[in-house]
Every structure is written in C-alpha cells, then in structure tokens.
Ligand binder design. Structure first.
Ligand code: M6R
Length: 608
C-alpha cells in the first residue's frame, strides 16, 4: 500500500529519496514526504497529493544530507492531508518515522499518550510510534526494541533519531521491508523496485526483525537484541524493467509484454521430452502430489479470477475436486483442511494480507501449501513450502495484466503436474504442451488487431455509464476480469456475470445505453451464450463480443467483434482476456484518467 524508502550513504539524499518514491508511487499516492538528517537536526518536507507536489517543495525548500527516509501514503488513519502525511515526528522533533500498515491498538495508545499530556498533531497511528520512540531513552535500536512489544497490528516502520545522524532503523511485522546492500551505501524499502537502480544485492527482513542500517551494512536484531543472520540474495530483475520503455503507460507496456511473460513462464517449467512439467528445485515432490485428494485455491481480486479458471483446468485435467475462495472469506471460515489438501495461494505481489492469512490457516491445518507468485522472496514465497514463480517480471500498473495471464498459465502447469503425479498423463498432454508453447504467438496476434476496432469498442463503452460482461464455463471468470479492469481504471460501472444468470436479475437493467460485452469463444456453451445475447439485443442493448475471427454466428449477433485466434479450450481464457485489457485501457485513456495510478487503489494490499 504505502511506499517506504530509507538511505544511508554518501550521495545527496533528497534526489535518492525522490527517485525511490517515484518508483514506489504506484503503491499508494495520496500524499508523500521525506525526512533528511541535516547538520542541525531532522529536516522534514511533506505534501498532500501526487509526488510532484513534494518534488516542487523539495526544489523550493532544499534539504541537505546523506541520510534520510521517505514515504508515499495510502491513507488509513486520517484524511490524506499534509498533517497526516509521513514522516511523522515526536513532539520534540527528535524522531521521525515512516510506516506502512495499521496499528490495531491505535485507540488505547492514543488515549494513553493524551493522558500523559502529549499533544498529538495528526490523526495517524504513525505519529503514535514516533511519540513512543521519543519517550524512551538510549540509542534508536534500543528504543525500538522497547516500543515494538507495545505495537499490535501490522507494520513496517523505518525511523531516524537526530542524535544518530548515520543510522536508520527498520522493523516489521506484516508488510514487507527489504534492505539493499550497495557499495558504501545501504538502503531499505518496502519493495525491491525502489532499490534496483542502485543495487541488486538484497536482504529480506522477516517478521520481528529490527535492522540497524549504516553506510557499511546492516545488523539485524531479534526481539531481545540478539544478532541474527539473514541471507543476502542477488535479484535477477534489472532496473530497465521498471521503466516505461517508450510506452505511454506501464499498463500498456505490460499488456504488450504478455507474449514474453507467458513464454518465460512456460519455458521455466516445461519438460518437453516428457510432455509434462518440470518441477525440480521448486519444492514440489511428485510423491507428495500423488497423496493429494482435493485442491483449495485462495486469492483476492484479479488473482481470484485466475483461481476460478484454475478450478475448471484442474478438475478437467486431474479429476481432483477444487474449491476457490476469496482469501478474505477463507481466513474467517472453517475450511475442511487436511494433509490430503493442496492449498495454493495465488498472488502477484506475494504480500496481500488476506491471502497470507489464508495461507497461514492452511499451513496450520496441515495442508500442503504452495504459492503461485510473481515476486521471488516475497512473504507468500517464504510462507509456502513449494512455489511456482510466474515469470511476468515487475508489474507496476495497478491494474494487473501480465501477472494474470501468467497465473492462468501456472494453473495449467500445476494441473499437468498433478495429473502426472496421479498417473493420468496420456498423449493428449503432448497436444496441450504444444499449444502452451504456441500460446505467446496467439497473444501476439491479438495484440496486432486493427486499432480501429478498439476505437469503436471504446466509443460503445465510454458513452455508457454501465455495462454487463458475460461469459460461460471457463470463460465466465474472464467476463468478471474484463468488468474489473474497466471499473478499476475507467471508473465506469461494469458487472461481470455467468451468462446463464442474466435472466435471473441483471436483465432488468438492460436498455439502449447499457452495452453487453460477451466472451464468446468456441465451445460447448457458445450457442447458449448467443441465445443470451439475442435476449440482450431484444432489450435494445448494444453487443460487443470477443470471438474467433471466423465465428460467423457471433458476427451475426454482435455489433462489434474483437477477434482472437483459435487455441486449445483450456487456454482460451488467456487469449480472451487480452482484448478486454486493451478495451479497458483505451476507455480509461479516452476519459482522461490516470491509468497506472487509479484513484483509491494500491498495487499491493498489505492491510486487511
Ligand atoms: O498481489 P495480489 O495478486 O495478491 O493482489 C490481489 C488484488 O489486490 C489484485 O489482483 C487487484 O485486484 C488488482 N488491482 C487487479 O487489477
């Protein structure tokens, strides 16, 4: 949600912090701020609104130093005003703190501090941490060790104290923090994308770690102040991948990166000789897989849509009953978990709070726990005992695109592995494996479609305030995903529905200005779907469809067809979603919205 950066080095720190914040802005962006260790104390600059407001202030009110911390905020406690922006300080201005997460004992801590005569200047829970640190004695790390046991909830905090101008202290429980080890400089951030342009050597902090960061490296302490060893890793993402590379928006770049993302994901796991999946080194053991009798897929948002597709794929290829849950529901119900259940936490970021909690529940219930995740080293990566990395590379646009299509591919790969472990593999697997290898070419064809069709589609949707997305079978989750994409970035209302449900309610909404978007690829229920579209037309609704170019029967019903190539039925969701991503993107651009940073949303939802 919020973005955090800290730096201890030899360069002027303000440009380093602002550059880091620019790379983190996609996480949350209703206000921003920096604190710099200046010769005469801590200099603070904060501004409500976009990062450019802070950049302007930094230009007009320069701060100087080589150590500092910075933050982009996604408001939880308190409106997105300058007073509530981070860094927050104690009353004496001796401590400055940036924070991601939520303190659950906010009210009792606030009451306690007010009763002690502390004058609070913001509505934030973050100020309470600064005030508590300010009231302790000793070096900052010792103050942190005393205060941390009083904090309930989820937090990633980075702090400085004016008496220790060369030290930044970071601690976490819940939201992630990663230390970047450079040459004569050390950084800390909530996300590796903020570090990549300075170093690829990183150390992931674990829950409970207190990191004391100096120019020459980092010491990591446990709750009792004992030293901990944490491994240093070298990232294989390069900094160029978190730049726009000539595209107008990250989202558009990421849509066009899908052929490569899919190709890399398929290649990483495909065993061509066996027409199967190579899971060596990922912690999946075929003998463990053969014991499994049920599958639970848990996720949020777009990743949940990937799970809905996964249910169709896994049940068809393996015969194993597969349940799909919103992680936020799973964690609070009593799912029937056991050793024969494979629980898969599907998450692009690997940091979604609800998905992590659902995975913890599964682990505690004795399930085999795996994750499909796009960020190596993330929290879900560490929590799971086996893992499949989607090879989408960094996804910056808040609206997920390439991570989703690689998750769809991952579902097929997991299903193929389970199928082989259960002795069900046969010659049809080779056909599917071949189709998987050709899938990037099919997506390239979708991306090459005449822009004029999208211009017409944009007109149809952009002129309406509501729309209904319909699909059936394995394509109904794609209708949900198409509607979500449109909502997220264009702020137009769109409902996704399984087409057979239209008559049970939503049809009441249909009239002339209420277009219907159908995911109408070839399959056993297409005739039924076309019937539903006729019903929609009869109510005056305009109809747009995603279908194969030569699908005459769809052309007869739809006012506009966005064409996709013919692919294996289990891979249809991948080619079908791409036109819907492009459509949502074009509508949002046409309406003049900030596509990469849509209002109220954050890339990584690290609080409940
Ligand atoms: O990082 P995750 O995949 O766990 O994120 C889950 C959702 O928050 C995410 O998919 C969200 O719905 C996106 N904004 C969709 O575009």
């Amino acid at each position: 949600m919020c973005g955090i950066i800290g730096y201890v080095g030899t360069d002027e720190v303000v440009p380093v912090l602002l550059d880091g914040l620019r790379r983190l802005e996609y996480r949350g962006y209703d206000s921003a701020g920096i604190a710099v260790m200046e010769a005469d104390g801590i200099g603070i600059l904060r501004a409500a609104g976009k990062l450019r407001n802070l950049q302007q202030r930094a230009y007009h009110e320069p701060l100087h130093g080589t150590v500092g911390i910075g933050h982009t905020r996604w408001a939880t406690h308190g409106a997105p005003t300058e007073a509530n922006a981070h860094p927050q300080t104690d009353s004496a201005g001796a401590v400055a703190v940036v924070h991601n997460g939520i303190l659950e004992n906010y009210s009792s801590l606030r009451r306690e501090l007010l009763a002690a005569g502390v004058e609070l200047e913001s509505d934030t829970d973050t100020e309470l941490i600064a005030q508590l640190l300010g009231r302790e004695d000793g070096p900052l790390s010792e103050r942190v060790l005393k205060v941390v046991s009083r904090l309930e909830g989820q937090y990633a905090v980075v702090a400085v104290h004016h008496e220790e101008p060369d030290v930044v202290v970071a601690f976490r429980k819940g939201p992630p923090l990663v230390v970047g080890v450079g040459d004569g400089e050390t950084l800390v951030a909530s996300d590796v994308t903020a570090l990549l342009h300075r170093t690829r050597r990183v150390i992931y902090l674990l829950n409970g770690d207190v990191a004391v960061i100096r120019r020459d490296g980092v010491r990591i302490l446990d709750a009792d102040g004992g030293e901990l060893e944490r491994p240093e890793e070298t990232l294989d993402w390069d900094a160029g991948r978190v730049e726009k590379g000539g595209y107008r928006h990250f989202m558009l770049k990421e849509i066009f990166e899908q052929p490569d993302a899919i190709r890399n994901t398929v290649l990483a796991y495909l065993d061509q000789e066996r027409c199967g999946v190579n899971l060596d080194g990922l912690g999946f053991a075929p003998e463990d897989f053969s014991k499994l009798r049920r599958v639970h897929l848990v996720a949020c948002g777009t990743s949940w849509h990937a799970c809905l597709v996964g249910k169709f794929v896994i049940e068809e290829l393996t015969g194993l009953p597969t349940e799909v849950d919103y992680a936020s529901e799973y964690r609070y119900r009593a799912p029937l978990i056991g050793e024969d259940v494979l629980v898969v936490g599907v998450t692009q970021s690997g940091e979604t709070a609800d998905t992590l909690a659902a995975m913890e529940l599964a682990r505690d219930g004795g399930a085999m726990l795996t994750t499909v995740c796009n960020v190596r080293g993330s929290s879900s990566w560490r929590l799971a005992t086996s893992r499949m990395l989607t090879q989408a590379g960094p996804e910056i646009g808040v609206a997920s695109t390439k991570a989703f299509t690689t998750q769809l591919v991952a579902m097929v790969l997991i299903a193929l592995a389970l199928r082989a472990a259960h002795g069900r593999a046969d010659e049809t697997d080779c056909e599917l494996v071949g189709e998987l290898q050709r899938l990037p070419l099919a997506v390239e064809q979708v991306l090459a479609v005449d822009r004029e069709l999208y211009r017409r589609g944009t007109e149809m949707l952009g002129d309406a305030t509501d729309s209904l997305y319909l699909g059936r079978g394995i394509l109904y989750p794609i209708a949900l995903e198409g509607a979500l994409k449109l909502k997220e970035i264009s702020y137009l209302h769109a409902e996704g529905y399984p087409a057979g449900e239209m008559k049970h309610g939503p049809i009441a909404l249909l009239e002339e200005d209420f277009p219907v978007v159908a995911v109408a690829l070839n399959g056993p229920t297409r005739e039924k779907l076309l019937g539903n579209l006729m019903e929609a037309r009869a109510r005056g609704a305009a109809v747009m469809a995603v279908a194969e170019e030569d699908a005459e029967e769809v052309h007869q019903v739809a006012d506009l067809v966005l064409p996709v190539p013919r692919v294996h039925p289990l891979l249809q969701p991948v080619v079908a979603v791409v036109p819907l991503q492009l459509l949502a993107y074009n509508v949002a651009v046409e309406l003049g919205h900030d596509v990469d940073q849509p209002r109220n949303l954050a890339k990584s939802v690290t609080v409940e």
